[in-house]
Design a protein around this ligand. Structure first.
Ligand code: ADP
Length: 568
């Protein structure tokens, strides 16, 4: 069974598909990596923000609990008292238990409290005479208070009401109840009989509490706004009054508050209001995020850019390969044709069948023209091969282009006339000499003239001009032929390139002439440009640097890789 080999275009198609797939995969990989990175960078940034504010919130909560402990510390001994014994003593109207006296005396030494009042379990309201007693620090005894302050009455009433609800299920021997910032009240409870022993009401020194304790503690814990990264206000919401702050320069604005921390079970109308600043850790993380995004963006652009360039280069290579392949098929055919003609003519001559002199001449001419054609083809191929290998050698010498053009036109007069052209020749005289390789110049001129004729339609117009400016002699070859489509103009000097339009398709060629011309022009230190209007015609202009006396006047051999130096 025969194995069918895939043809070239199938293989190319396969490669192209693979290239697209690879490109797609690379793009997908780049995009997904980028998305993943951006996502994790954002997540990291968010977690930095939340961990920074979490830390600050914990600090705030801790502050309020410490405040609560500040109230409890001076009266700590109360919950160690024997409530049953206390109950009996009060019932017996005995002098105040010394342990309790000790605790209260100590509490009275603390600036936090002003006074302490006592009401028995039978307390109903302040109107009752002798309902409330006041602690006398000197005797460590409670004495009757005929005019108890309203705050003490309120505090004890509040505690009593609260205890009426709680008492049956309550297991502890004390219950602390704050009446806003005015009093701290302690219900003394005999847990065994679930009964109230009495009520203590400590009046709070507001001035000390606010101005010394809370204001000082606020600064201790949070420091200034710069240190903590937040502005903290101790605020009385009922009176809408700021009691203390860590940043007196920032006015309190309710709308800007980002977080509120309440005190647990105390100082009911007071709370701590906070505005978070850009924390240094958050700022650093934001900076980091920004830098990372910029670097990633740049890398992404670079990657996508290089991918695109790689892809474009690959496409160009592909089209060059295609053009090369087309050229090979074409050139093989073109080489075979003159060979076939020469072979046939040679056979006839060798057979001795042709004897008439005029027929002999015709055969001779055939062989001559075909061999010339073959030679031109081979020379072109060699030129390309040499220029590819960088091995072209040139022999620049002082020449007058006017003479070279004139002699070229003279030599090719018949050929040009046969093609139907009557060249318009405009050669400036006198013309400065240039440094150029004679043979190269012939090739350049020959190619341009051949192209002008080849790509002319009905209008057979050919003009060859020579003029000079300060630094160069300019050769112009003009035709009124097909012209070059705009898109094709930048490619015509590329190897194997042929414009893809119907007019060019009608002519024979391999896309080598102009690439050889450009290479030779550059080797001779010149430049080549084209001005063309599609369907109107083209003008090719080639410059050659003017010969300067200081430049080497002896003919030289220059390797094409070496730089040729001319005085400007
Ligand atoms: P070839 O003529 O063998 O195709 P060239 O390298 O000489 O190769 O030219 C490259 C392409 O440039 C041509 O295929 C043609 O499309 C375009 N071209 C060159 N000279 C002319 C011209 N005088 N007028 C219009 N098109 C031209």
């Amino acid at each position: 069974m025969k194995n069918r080999l895939p043809n070239r275009s199938q293989t190319m198609k396969k490669f192209l598909t693979i290239r697209w797939i690879m490109l797609g995969m690379a793009l997908f990989a780049i995009v997904s990596l980028t998305v993943m990175n951006v996502y994790s960078l954002y997540a990291l940034h968010e977690s930095t923000i939340s961990s920074a504010s979490d830390r600050q919130k914990t600090q705030l909560a801790d502050f309020t609990y410490t405040t609560r402990n500040r109230f409890r510390a001076p009266v700590e001994g109360i919950w160690r008292l024997n409530m049953e014994q206390l109950h009996d003593e009060i019932a017996r109207n005995a002098p105040l238990n010394p342990a309790l006296g000790e605790v209260l005396a100590r509490a009275m030494e603390d600036s936090l409290f002003d006074k302490v009042y006592f009401a028995g379990a039978d307390f109903q309201d302040c109107g009752q005479s002798g309902a409330i007693k006041i602690f006398d620090t000197g005797t460590r005894q409670f004495v009757n208070e005929s005019l108890p302050p309203q705050s003490a009455c309120d505090g004890i009433s509040l505690t009593r009401t609260r205890m009426n609800v709680l008492i049956n299920d309550y297991r502890w021997n004390t219950k602390v109840v704050f009446d806003t910032h005015r009093t701290m009240n302690v219900a003394l409870i005999n847990p065994r009989g679930a009964s109230i022993v009495g009520y203590l009401s400590f009046s709070i020194n507001r001035d000390y509490l606010v101005n010394e304790y809370l204001a000082g503690k606020l600064m201790d814990v949070f420091g200034t706004r710069d240190e903590s990264g937040m502005t903290v206000w101790l605020h009385d919401w009922l009176l809408n009054e700021v009691l203390a702050t860590n940043d007196p320069d920032t006015p309190y604005d309710r709308r800007g508050v980002e977080y509120i921390q309440r005190f647990p079970d105390l100082l009911d109308n007071w709370n701590i209001k906070v505005v978070f600043d850009e924390n240094p850790a958050v700022l650093a993380s934001a900076g980091n995020l920004q830098r990372n995004l910029i670097v990633m963006g740049a890398v992404l652009v670079l990657l996508l850019g290089s991918l695109t360039i790689m892809f474009i280069i690959a496409q160009r290579e592909r089209s060059l390969m295609e053009r090369q392949a087309g050229f090979l098929a074409n050139v093989t055919h073109e080489l075979k044709t003159p060979l076939a003609v020469m072979q046939a003519a040679g056979e006839n001559l060798a057979d001795g069948r042709v004897t008439r002199p005029e027929r002999l001449k015709v055969y001779g001419e055939h062989i001559y023209t075909e061999s010339m054609r073959l030679r031109r083809m081979i020379e072109k191929l060699l030129d390309v091969a040499k220029s590819d290998a960088g091995q072209q050698r040139i022999h620049p010498e002082r020449v007058n282009l006017g003479e070279l053009v004139a002699s070229y036109l003279q030599e090719h007069q018949t050929l040009i006339a046969q093609a139907g052209f009557e060249p318009v020749i405009d050669l400036q005289s006198p013309l400065p000499d240039v440094m150029a390789d004679r043979e190269n110049f012939q090739t350049i001129l020959g190619n341009l003239v051949e192209n002008a004729m080849k790509y002319s339609g009905e209008e057979k117009y050919l003009a060859v001009r020579l003029r000079s400016n300060r630094s160069a002699v300019i050769l112009e070859v003009e035709d009124h032929g097909h012209g070059i489509p705009t898109a094709a103009r930048k490619h015509i000097f590329d190897k194997f390139y042929r414009a893809e339009d119907t007019l060019t398709a009608r002519t024979k060629g391999h896309g080598l002439g102009l690439s050889i011309v450009k290479n030779l022009v550059e080797l001779n230190g010149g430049t080549i440009t084209v001005e063309s209007t599609y369907r109107k015609g083209s003008v090719f202009s080639v410059t050659f640097p003017i010969y300067q006396a200081s430049a080497a006047s002896e003919p030289r051999t220059v390797n094409s890789n070496a730089k040729i130096e001319y005085a400007s």
